[in-house]
Design a binder for this molecule. Structure first.
Ligand code: ATR
Length: 290
């Protein structure tokens, strides 16, 4: 636990969700606040769905600079904003709300976070012109597609347990995305895996007590990388399997840290850096939590 004092003039931001007790955001922003000596705090705001709008209005009126938004409020956050950025509009969801001049600005920085995590792990242009397989077609998959497009991926196979959902995701994003989107089901994995430079899991399979997907990673090229956006646990069964096969792996902490950069800048007016020290601090929090 990082101990810091704040004054009556402190800049206050929040992380709003239900539940919110597991969130790493207070520790993440706390690390940067300490690093930059900022008079501020980011506090957890547990909010049930029916209380979300009232709590948001309350903290906005109380002078909060903004809030990060997590499950299950990302769609509601988008819906009640006055202004929205392109990523939020494409996702139909927001993970960041800024309060200024009586207006609410909704942004979505999840895709940005994943994009920078991939660039940091693999090199800035490593995925340019490449093929990726993305697992999942839910809310997180939308940010996944934005990130893959931003790093220059040419073809994205979208494989989902329910293939109809993959198809409708591809159809709904087609006009905003120049990469070729090829939907399918999980049984398509063996025939799609071979040419992929990246496997990206955006499903909740492998998180907490949800069993992982039974995919044979032997179908991947040995040069391929495997990325999981789940960070609970940090080493998911998918990443463990990939590591054991000698494949490069990218865990979900990278995306979490990078998505927070624009949030912190909006809340506290300083653009922070993602550093090994920050990762070590967050890994310690996760370890202590068990
Ligand atoms: P999120 O916003 O986290 O993406 P979501 O919109 O509920 O949440 O989407 C969850 C994703 O994980 C979906 O792609 C879902 O597959 P279905 O569309 O077929 O439901 C996938 N998912 C969740 N649990 C899964 C499991 N046990 N096996 C396979 N896919 C799973």
């Amino acid at each position: 636990m990082i101990g810091r004092n704040i004054t009556g003039k402190a800049k206050i931001a929040g992380i709003i969700g239900w539940p919110v007790g597991h969130s790493l955001s207070p520790a993440l922003h706390g690390y940067w606040l300490e690093e930059h000596g900022i008079d501020g705090a980011l506090v957890p705001l547990p909010a049930r769905a029916e209380d979300f709008a009232a709590i948001l209005d309350g903290v906005r009126r109380a002078g909060f600079t903004g809030v990060n938004v997590t499950v299950p409020h990302k769609e509601s956050a988008f819906a009640l904003a006055h202004d929205t950025d392109r990523a939020a509009r494409i996702s139909g969801a927001a993970n960041l709300l800024g309060f200024a001049g009586g207006r609410i600005l909704a942004r979505n920085t999840d895709g940005f976070g994943l994009q920078h995590s991939l660039r940091e792990a693999l090199g800035p242009d490593a995925l340019s012109g490449q093929v990726a397989v993305m697992l999942g077609a839910g809310g997180a998959a939308r940010g996944g597609i934005l990130a893959l497009q931003a790093v220059g991926v040419r073809t994205i196979h979208i494989l989902n347990r329910d293939p109809a959902r993959a198809k409708s995701l591809a159809a709904s994003l087609g006009k905003d995305i120049t990469a070729t989107l090829l939907p399918g089901g999980l049984p398509d994995w063996p025939s799609r895996a071979g040419e992929a430079a990246l496997l990206l899991n955006t499903t909740s399979a492998g998180m907490g007590s949800i069993p992982p997907l039974a995919l044979d990673l032997g179908a991947l090229n040995p040069d391929a990388a495997v990325c999981d956006i789940v960070y609970n646990p940090l080493e998911t069964p998918l990443l463990k399997d990939a590591k054991a096969r000698g494949l490069r792996t990218i865990d979900g902490l990278g995306m979490l840290m990078h998505q927070a950069v624009p949030s912190f800048e909006m809340f506290f007016g300083v653009r922070p850096a993602v550093t090994p020290g920050l990762r070590a601090a967050l890994e310690k929090v996760l370890r202590e939590r068990g």
